[in-house]
Design a protein around this ligand. Structure first.
Ligand SMILES: NC(=O)c1ccc[n+]([C@@H]2O[C@H](COP(=O)([O-])OP(=O)(O)OC[C@H]3O[C@@H](n4cnc5c(N)ncnc54)[C@H](OP(=O)(O)O)[C@@H]3O)[C@@H](O)[C@H]2O)c1
Length: 230
């Protein structure tokens, strides 16, 4: 069996299942206490993965923000903040994006074989560009991350990436935060797209925890036998 990291998928969504609105800016779904919880979850992971569209649209930092958590990581021999990982077919990524410029840690770009040369020319100074195959198979990405020492992977969006991880059965734990409002606009992106998900009315996922955090609710689902209730 191919080894892969323990994989935790973390996502915030509106009551009606949207992860953003249809506008240009980033929609804040969560509250300060939950952002701090997410920071703690990040601090416990070896790598954070997002899709290239999230890098382009949200320009996220993807860092552990708390200095105390950074120090705790360094004290146990880890980098202050997890490795950053993205996947792209087009390699249409800006080397000045915060994904690349922030954080004293390696950045990995899994790129489709056809764009590899262009990707290395464009991003070679700011990231390690890896041939992800054509198309990039997230099973191979997971297995490759394991060989690079990643034992705990956090997937943080967007929907295209969520869909592939979930339909491929690569997720051990789902952390879903529901924000108390509606987006109500079908042009906006949803938590996942179409796909054959392993959890169906006949094969229900196991709800492991429900936690109210101010005005949002965290739902934790056990999606594999490797699930760890911490
Ligand atoms: N609420 C939340 O928790 C949360 C978190 C993150 C993101 N978001 C939102 O999600 C939205 C973006 O989601 P999205 O679904 O459009 O995009 P996404 O999942 O972030 O990224 C999709 C892109 O990733 C690349 N990609 C994904 N799988 C690939 C594969 N197998 N092979 C090659 N490339 C692959 C492609 O990049 P190329 O186009 O470069 O080929 C694809 O266009 C944004 O609105 C963002 O705000 C919300």
């Amino acid at each position: 069996m191919v080894e892969r990291p323990y994989t935790l998928l973390s996502c915030g969504m509106s009551i009606d299942g949207y992860v953003d609105d249809a506008g240009a800016g980033r929609l804040l779904l969560s509250n300060a206490a939950d952002f701090d919880r997410v920071d703690a979850v990040r601090a416990g992971c070896d790598a954070i993965l997002v899709g290239a569209a999230t890098v382009r649209q949200d320009n996220p930092r993807l860092l552990v923000r708390s200095p105390a958590r950074q120090r705790e990581r360094v004290a146990r021999g880890a980098s202050p903040t997890p490795l950053k990982v993205t996947v792209t077919g087009s390699c249409d990524l800006d080397p000045s994006a915060l994904f690349f410029t922030l954080g004293d840690v390696d950045k990995l770009v899994y790129c489709a074989t056809g764009s590899l040369e262009r990707a290395r020319g464009r991003l070679g100074d700011v990231a390690t560009v890896v041939d992800g195959g054509d198309p990039v198979d997230l099973r191979c990405v997971s297995a490759d991350l394991y060989t690079r020492g990643v034992r705990r992977l956090m997937v943080e969006g967007g929907g295209t990436v969520h869909t592939q991880f979930l339909t491929a059965g690569l997720v051990d734990e789902l952390q879903l935060v529901v924000a108390p409002f509606f987006v109500g606009d079908s042009r906006a992106p949803r938590f996942v797209g179409d796909g054959a998900f392993p959890w169906t009315p006949e094969q229900r996922a196991e709800l492991a925890e429900v936690r109210q955090i101010g005005d949002v609710v965290l739902l934790r689902y056990k999606l594999s036998d490797r699930f760890e209730l911490s």
